[in-house]
Unconditional design. Structure first.
Length: 580
């Protein structure tokens, strides 16, 4: 087939397809134009999820009459004048394709007025062709009404979702704008029962409450951080969810760069990894992260819809985001509060003999131990959290169900899960000893020969170094067998072969996602070696556990994700007894 130059009609439809995927795409482009025009109030109205009509009004600077028709020409823009402007783009729109693309696949009516003119100018176009123009009375700003989207392009229209689905996409988009621009008042379908509105008074947390609700917003943790970045500064602000505020998907992770809504798998991953060890897998944190990056350090001209960016120093941004979020988590309370006195608490009832491995004494200074732990993040500073402060002030009252340690604090009643807490302490001790090549090993007088299935032996051979570093003394023995000559001393009297089999079966019974086989195996060893539900503890053992838990880097949950401490707030207790 011969090479030909595309007909402008065809190329315009290709361009429109890149920018205008669905009604939400149009809303995004027009809101960005309104923000660039200095609007402080933006009203969005849709009919049938935007499939029949979209109307967006703003009180921005408007478009001069002589430039209105030019605005609908391809590559027309007021935001880029020279090639140098592309190296430091500071506006949301700049490509000159939005209005042109929208007009190519719909009917557009625009009314716009600048402060210098007494009358507004109104234009109607259909599929990119001028239908009518006139002057009219109208306040300063711009209103664009989009109708009959894709009516002349049924092949495109069939890919759209239902009106409810398209309406939800628009609502989600507006929520993101509300969070990014708290000083702009947004109103979505204000005359309907499904409206969404923000006051535009500039309160960041108040804007977040519009999206997440007041209760969730108040529980979120403020984050502010800055580091040196080239000759300028990289700043991170936002609000992140506590470790108890998690969702079943990633849709509640909002990332902005220079107030631009962006999609970044790398930065989303950095955010998720900052919560590693704090919440189960298949559960995702919530957060609003607003990065300020020097304009010359970012390329926003990557995608026609401007939703993807390239960063000159992505690794530096990745690291800064992860460390800042982790630090913010450590600065807040990591104790789950029970505000509702009717909330269920589940008690273990498995009865076993008291552990002969209690207590576990560390040979290291507590601070040295904590500072040597890494868990995939490198060395982390120890932040004095509310949980750690609370643990240091608790008075032990006793033990219930031979499972939970009951403590009194100045602000309520605390229940400490002895198994989860001891498991956390042992897990960190194992990781620390492994890093120092200081695992305690119990050698067998009579080595144990273990027959393995093919999958078990394959896993063991692939991870033999990790198993040895954790204290297992193992050698191949024949084709399908291994000989076990020693095990970690911690589990030497706790059916150690069962522990080894659980590790090499590589079938986790927990929802936590571990960073490595080493971590996962250490968690299994810690679980098998710790005190159990049903183990009766002496007062000195309970006191020792609280001290060790306080010194742990992550005191709030066991390595498998269960909480170590639950707090019953004093106010909730008083409500239960009718004192409030």
């Amino acid at each position: 087939m011969a090479i030909n130059i595309l007909d402008p009609k065809i190329s315009s439809l290709i361009a429109a397809g890149e920018v205008v995927e669905r009604p939400a795409s149009i809303v995004k482009e027009l809101i960005e134009n309104a923000i660039d025009a200095g609007a402080s109030r933006i009203i969005i109205e849709t009919i049938n999820g935007g499939l029949d009509q979209i109307s967006i009004s703003d009180n921005g600077s408007g478009i001069p009459q002589k430039e209105v028709l030019m605005a609908f020409e391809r590559f027309s823009t007021s935001k880029v004048q020279s090639i140098n402007d592309l190296h430091a783009i500071q506006t949301l729109g700049f490509r000159g394709e939005a209005l042109y693309s929208i007009a190519s696949v719909s009917q557009v009516n625009i009314i716009t007025k600048v402060a210098a003119n007494e009358l507004a100018f109104q234009v109607t176009l259909n599929d990119g062709h001028l239908i009518d123009s006139s002057q009219t009375s109208y306040p300063e700003g711009t209103t664009l009404t989009i109708s009959n989207l894709f009516d002349n392009f049924p092949a495109r229209k069939k890919f759209l979702k239902s009106p409810k689905s398209e309406a939800l996409k628009i609502k989600t988009l507006i929520q993101k704008f509300i969070i990014s621009y708290p000083f702009i008042s947004f109103k979505l379908n204000p005359q309907t029962n499904n409206s969404l509105m923000s006051n535009g008074e500039g309160d960041f947390r108040e804007a977040i409450s519009v999206v997440y609700g007041h209760e969730n917003s108040n529980q979120m943790i403020s984050i502010i951080d800055e580091i040196e970045f080239g000759n300028s500064g990289l700043a991170l602000t936002g609000f992140i969810g506590s470790i108890f505020q998690h969702k079943s998907n990633r849709t509640h992770i909002y990332i902005y760069i220079n107030d631009r809504i962006i999609n970044s798998r790398a930065l989303s991953y950095a955010f998720e990894q900052a919560y590693h060890g704090f919440m189960p897998s298949k559960k995702f944190p919530i957060g609003i992260l607003k990065l300020r990056i020097p304009f010359e350090e970012i390329d926003v001209n990557v995608h026609p819809a401007k939703t993807e960016v390239r960063l000159v120093n992505e690794n530096k941004v990745f690291s800064m985001l992860q460390k800042s979020v982790r630090k913010a988590l450590y600065s807040e309370s990591l104790v789950r509060k029970i505000d509702n006195p009717r909330s269920p608490i589940y008690f273990g009832n498995k009865k076993q003999n008291p552990s002969i491995f209690w207590p576990i004494q560390s040979q290291n200074h507590p601070t040295d131990v904590a500072n040597d732990l890494s868990f995939g993040f490198g060395k982390l500073d120890i932040y004095e959290t509310s949980l750690k402060r609370s643990l240091s002030q608790l008075r032990i009252l006793g033990q219930i169900s031979s499972t939970y340690i009951v403590c009194e604090g100045h602000d309520g009643l605390y229940l400490i899960d002895q198994h989860a807490s001891h498991e956390r302490v042992l897990f960190e001790d194992i990781i620390n000893r492994n890093n120092k090549n200081d695992m305690e090993i119990q050698n067998f007088l009579d080595p144990f020969v273990l027959d393995l299935e093919e999958s078990q032996k394959e896993f063991l051979l692939e991870n033999m170094d990790q198993m040895i570093s954790l204290g297992f003394v193992i050698q191949e023995f024949g084709i399908d067998s291994i000989i076990v000559r020693g095990v970690p001393k911690l589990i030497s009297e706790r059916k150690p072969i069962d522990t080894l089999l659980e590790i090499i079966n590589n079938k986790s019974l927990t929802s936590i996602k571990f960073e490595s086989v080493l971590e996962k195996s250490a968690a299994t060893i810690a679980c098998h070696g710790s005190v159990r539900a049903g183990d009766k503890l002496e007062m000195n053992q309970m006191e020792h556990l609280l001290v060790q838990l306080q010194l742990a880097e992550n005191s709030n949950n066991c390595p498998h994700g269960r909480p170590t401490v639950v707090k019953f707030d004093s106010k909730a207790i008083e409500i239960s007894f009718g004192r409030r």
